[in-house]
Design a protein around this ligand. Sequence first.
Ligand code: HEM
Length: 229
Amino acid sequence: MSEYGITKSSVGRKILMALSGFFLLVFLLQHFAINMLSVISDDAFNTVSDFMGYNPLVQFALQPVLIFGVIFHLAMGMYLEFQNTKARNKKYAKNNGAANSSWMSRNMIITGVMVLLFLGLHFYDFWWHEITEKYLEGGAESFTGSGRDTTRYSHELQEKFVDIWRVIIYCLSFVFLSLHLLHGFQSAFQSVGFRHSKYTPLIKKLGTAYAIIIPAGFIFIALFHHFNH
Ligand code: HEM
């Protein structure tokens, strides 16, 4: 370890954290685009959902990579936070972080855990429902079966947002997601060592736009289905 408590492996871990963050940013963008279809056209949403839900490449290659990405990001986040707290406690009697860092950057672990709690509920609501539908209740043949109902997705999604409490919990979670992304987006670029006098300010603006537009869009989707059922 160097004098500053920075080791090669801690830099490596931050880079891996950033790479898994980039991957999740891309996932979230496509997830948002697909879910926006549910607002625009039931047919389009059903077609894309059925493709994503039954395409072997998506199901057996991309989905496991995604699940791994989520777990990795979470575990590495916890580990890095633990290491940071240890290093801070050693060096300073008092942590005066507010003087030179934002609330978001100091509370990534809190906003991250809130998003994680949301994911627990969200997996139960949608992902687990899909798994039981395809592999457990229907059996393996329902996965390949051509007689499956390809129009169920839009109304199943709408039914989830009838319950006002679920809508409130989802919308609050999207606010935490926004706070997480407000720091996370630009921090990922810093962690991979990207610094440029012209592009860094642009990335910060892009990060702010992403962190506001995507969660606000998710809030819109949840409210839309609640009030249009
Ligand atoms: C109104 C907002 C949202 C809606 C309507 C929605 C809808 C869905 C649906 C229908 C599925 C099931 C896909 C399937 O397995 O066939 C799903 C899965 C998933 N969602 Fe969301 N989602 C929303 C927001 C979010 C957010 C904000 C995140 C991340 C922070 C997220 C992360 C995931 C993940 C990781 C999966 C499992 C992977 C997959 O199967 O595609 N979702 N969501």
